[in-house]
Structure formats: C-alpha cells, structure tokens
Design a protein around this ligand. Structure first.
Ligand SMILES: *[C@@H]1O[C@H](CO)[C@@H](O)[C@H](O)[C@H]1NC(C)=O
Ligand SMILES: *[C@@H]1O[C@H](CO)[C@@H](O)[C@H](O)[C@H]1NC(C)=O
Length: 254
C-alpha cells in the first residue's frame, strides 16, 4: 500500500507545472531527515489520492517524533476535477516552498493543504492571516455595507451548520444590475463553535483591512471568507462575469 502511494505520488507530480498558490506559510525550521521526509511524502501522496473523493481528508502518518499530521480540503462548491488538480498543485508546491519546515500550509482559491508534526486537527487557528483587497471602492458605502453585513451573517451561519460541511455561500441584489456574492468555508475538522469563531474573526477584520472595498478575501488556517461584486463560486452565475478582472493588493497579518 505504502509503495503504491509513493508510485502514485511520483506519477501525479512528474511532468506537471503546478499553479502558484495564493499564499504559503512555512513555520518551524528543523532538520527534515530522511525518515520525516519520507513520512511527509507518504502523507502527501495519501492526501492527493484520497481528498477528491469527498473533498476532505484529515489524517496522520508515522510514529513518535517523525509522525506527521495532515489536512487537505477543497472548497465545498468545487468539483472533483478542479479539486484533484488543486490538491496536486498544493502537494507539489508545499514541498518546494517549505523544504526545511515541519509546519507547512498552502492556500489556493479552490483548496487548502497543511501538515505539521504537532497535532492541529480539530483546533481552530487564527494566528496568521492574509487579505486580498480589491483596489476599487464602492460608490455607496452605506447601503453596500448594510447589505454586505447581512449577507455575511447568512453565509457564516450556513457555514457553521454541520450539514453544510463548513460551506456557506449566497448572493444579494444591490440593484437590478448589481449582485453581491459571498462565501465562507471552514475546515471540516472544526466543530461549529470553532468555525463560527474563525469566520467571525475574518469578517470582523473586513472593515479594517477592506473598508468600502468592492471585494475582499480572508485566508486563515481554519477558514476562508470572500465577497465580490462578481460571481466567483460554483455553480457560476453566468449573468455578469465581466468584472472578474479586478486588481488586488495583498496584506499579511500580523
Ligand atoms: C479606495 O479608497 C482608498 C482609501 O480611501 C484609497 O487609498 C484608494 O486609492 C481608493 N481606490 C481607488 C481605486 O480609488
Ligand atoms: C451586467 O452588467 C452590466 C453593467 O454592469 C449591465 O448593464 C447588464 O444589464 C448586466 N447584465 C445582467 C444580465 O444583469
């Protein structure tokens, strides 16, 4: 079985150019010896092969101080094909980007992957975050923020309902021509209260980092929250995709 995973891993990662992530974090410089390195490879191979089935895997591999915990998850609205290629990219890029760390995390719009020699599964983590801020501002902040607030309330409570597997998404009309879209996704290892905690912190930071902005994306280890004035989640709303060429600036916190 072990050998099978290893072969599969090599097969999946050979000859492919992996897409750049939105962000990665490499913590805790260590000597990643042969044993730990092999365990990380094994874990990644398992995440790559098993995640697309249900969009989520949390597992561990190895023994003692060479044991490594891993979590991979696709956004709940993303199909199996996009999930597969996202997790493959993530597994390849995380090893390239974090070669000497035993706590590594990588974010894409469609998926998130993390491994650590410390057990992090089931624990909410909001210590590090990154915001993608749409450079454009809305013209009517008062109305916009009111509509945005109530839409985010809805998607947050949807995300914390266990039947939704950590995903909440929705839209609201700002006018007959303008629609606001929002999505919140928690990692599926979290209980509802922890999910709510993560999304509340993310949303609570929107006014600070994205005041009156046309779009914002918050990347945390335990959740992803985004809103835009164009459709960005599946099934894709076809009516107005023209605005999706927006320009963003990036802010890392802390
Ligand atoms: C949006 O507002 C911010 C803050 O007032 C300002 O710095 C920025 O230049 C504005 N963006 C555009 C595209 O005008
Ligand atoms: C799409 O947006 C444009 C301008 O933003 C608007 O004129 C048009 O009616 C919109 N189309 C639909 C189907 O909402």
């Amino acid at each position: 079985m072990r050998f099978f995973y290893f072969l599969l891993f090599l097969l999946l990662l050979s000859n492919c150019v992996a897409d750049d992530p939105l962000w990665n974090v490499c913590n805790n410089n260590v000597v990643v010896g042969a044993k730990l390195s092999a365990n990380i490879d094994h874990l990644l191979a398992e995440l790559v092969s098993k995640t697309p089935e249900d969009g989520y895997v949390a597992t561990s591999y190895g023994k003692g101080d060479k044991k490594v915990y891993g979590l991979a998850q696709c956004r709940g609205d993303v199909d199996k094909k996009d999930c597969t290629s996202c997790i493959q990219d993530a597994a390849k890029q995380i090893r390239d980007r974090c070669p000497t760390q035993d706590d590594a995390r990588i974010w894409y719009d469609f998926c998130f992957l993390r491994y650590d020699t410390q057990d992090f599964i089931g624990q909410v983590d909001t210590a590090v975050s990154l915001f993608y801020i749409n450079v454009e501002n809305v013209t009517d902040p008062k109305t916009f923020n009111k509509k945005l607030g109530s839409l985010l309330d809805d998607v947050e409570s949807e995300a914390t309902n266990p039947v939704n597997k950590g995903l909440g998404k929705g839209e609201t009309q700002l006018s007959s021509f303008i629609t606001l879209y929002a999505l919140a996704q928690c990692t599926r290892d979290l209980p509802p209260l922890s999910c709510a905690q993560c999304t509340a912190i993310a949303v609570g930071n929107f006014p600070t980092f994205c005041p009156d902005r046309k779009g914002c994306r918050a990347l945390y280890s335990s959740c992803y929250v985004r809103y835009e004035l164009y459709p960005f989640f599946f099934p894709l709303d076809q009516q107005n995709t023209s605005a999706s060429t927006s320009v963003y600036k990036v802010l890392v916190k802390p």
